[in-house]
Design a protein around this ligand. Structure first.
Ligand SMILES: Cc1cc2nc3c(=O)[nH]c(=O)nc-3n(C[C@H](O)[C@H](O)[C@H](O)COP(=O)(O)OP(=O)(O)OC[C@H]3O[C@@H](n4cnc5c(N)ncnc54)[C@H](O)[C@@H]3O)c2cc1C
Length: 439
């Protein structure tokens, strides 16, 4: 049995503790906030609206994740799947929202791309096998396979909506390693995807009281409850062990020795950990990982204000459309129980790597900046009857071109310090599904 310290009680830290406890280890989670969940913060407001500060949807994309969720007592009953109409995602082009399903046939049928743009997609079928000696951007990778129009409209919008990112800056091999592997082994991405047997029918899920239900439920299963409001005072290496001093919530200073440390705190906070100087000096340059700012704006409207409701997941805005936000989710159409009777809740995302200057911590200004476009595109009249916003100064880590070097420096640190592991969303994927993958 190993004594393991886990820094951070986000989804990643909690799932690690759960898996280690199952293997018979003892885990102590040290969490600086006063609650578990990290980027998962769900709030039921007095008005009846249920908002999320961070993640809004969980793509359950593996049987192991589904089994894990169903193994937690009481969780299955609160799980909700997205309305099937959510298959539709709208993309803005020339002031028209085009409905697209995540299938090539749907892109071909829609009017989002020109005939030329559609034809360019097919050039991927003839793409030669390629082992690139240099990392390229996601934009360049998609343009090479599917043409510029798809890269400019679909990829650009999708990456803004999922990574708050700019595909011209993100690394193809670090962000979508599987696609780069397909290019290497088969050439064509479309032929590679078609040849893969579908092992699992992915679904978008949440919970009746929001996504925060999941970290709370995992933490309740743990033998050792996370230590909240915990301030780490020092971390030292001592004869094959790690010594951590921390201030407990009742202000006592505690010094404990651990066999292993798993650090799951966000990358931009790692350099501030009070590591002994010898170790601090060897840390990878986590501060170089860009986390763009994002503002999340939730707005509620009465049904009578919405002239023509759109059925779907939400809409995304490509950069070329020159709007001052990234898009929005039709959250109360996606999941039941998000808005009071006869009302609808929408969530809009502002800023990201494409336009960081637009993410601000000022709800009224965010509304002033975005409402005219929202009203026009969604056929909504009047002011919102409910509003709520959350500003993230550091949202999602960007796996920028050349990110492999960052990953290599993390591996080098771990080799030099075998019982110190880094395990955050800056490695192995940023999604919630990536965070709960079994050890
Ligand atoms: C605005 C936004 C929208 C998103 N939307 C989606 C989405 O719809 N779907 C999706 O799949 N993913 C989404 N994501 C990404 C996803 O939410 C995150 O990648 C995931 O939640 C990260 O989990 P984590 O446990 O690795 O980190 P975190 O959730 O960041 O948890 C880290 C924990 O470490 C704690 N901590 C920090 N410093 C210290 C310290 N010094 N000592 C101790 N503890 C510390 C923090 O308080 C926190 O609890 C979104 C992220 C953001 C920000």
């Amino acid at each position: 049995m190993a004594d393991i310290a886990i820094l951070g009680a986000g989804l990643k830290g909690l799932k690690l503790a759960h898996d280690f406890e199952k293997k018979g280890h003892r885990c102590t989670i040290l969490e600086s906030a006063n609650q578990v969940g990290g980027a998962l913060i769900s709030k039921r407001h007095a008005s009846g609206y249920l908002t999320e500060d961070g993640a809004h949807t969980f793509l359950m994309n593996a049987q192991s994740i589904e089994s894990f969720i169903h193994s937690i007592p009481g969780l299955s009953e609160t799980l909700i799947e997205a309305n099937p109409a959510s298959q539709n995602r709208f993309i803005l082009r020339n002031e028209i929202l085009h409905a697209i399903k995540p299938k090539v046939s749907s892109i071909i049928k829609s009017k989002l791309l020109s005939a030329q743009g559609k034809l360019a997609i097919l050039k991927d079928l003839f793409a030669p096998r390629m082992d690139r000696d240099k990392d390229i951007s996601l934009h360049d990778f998609f343009e090479a396979h599917f043409g510029k129009e798809l890269a400019d409209y679909l990829l650009n919008a999708f990456i803004a909506g999922t990574y708050a990112g700019d595909p011209k800056k993100l690394s193809a091999e670090a962000t979508f390693p599987r696609l780069v592997e397909y290019e290497k082994t088969k050439g064509s991405i479309l032929r590679s995807v078609a040849s893969k047997k579908k092992l699992y029918n992915s679904r978008i899920i949440s919970f009746k009281n929001g996504l925060m239900t999941l970290p709370i439920a995992i933490s309740q299963l743990l033998e050792n409850q996370p230590i909240l409001n915990c301030e780490i005072q020092h971390i030292k290496s001592t004869q094959n062990k790690w010594e951590i001093a921390y201030r407990s919530p009742d202000q006592r200073s505690i010094v404990r020795s651990f066999d292993r440390i798993y650090c799951t705190i966000p990358a931009h906070k790692i350099s501030k950990l009070p590591l002994e100087p010898r170790i601090q000096n060897q840390l990878p340059n986590f501060d170089s990982i860009y986390h763009p700012p994002v503002a999340v704006l939730s707005l509620g409207f009465h049904n009578s204000q919405i002239k023509k409701p759109l059925d779907g997941f939400g809409y995304l805005i490509p950069e070329l459309e020159k709007q001052n936000y990234l898009g929005g989710l039709f959250i109360s159409s996606l999941f039941e129980n998000r808005a009071p009777k006869d009302h609808q809740l929408f969530t809009f995302f502002i800023g990201g790597a494409r336009s960081p200057e637009l993410a601000i911590d000022d709800k009224d200004q965010l509304i002033a900046n975005t409402l005219p476009s929202i009203q026009k595109l969604l056929n909504i009249s009047g002011s919102p009857t409910f509003s709520y916003s959350r500003y993230w100064s550091h949202s999602i880590p960007q796996y920028s071109v050349g990110y492999k070097n960052t990953l290599k420096s993390i591996e080098a640190f771990e080799s030099a310090h075998p019982n110190f592991h880094f395990s955050g969303n800056y490695r192995g994927g940023i999604s919630l599904a990536d965070s709960v993958r079994t050890l």
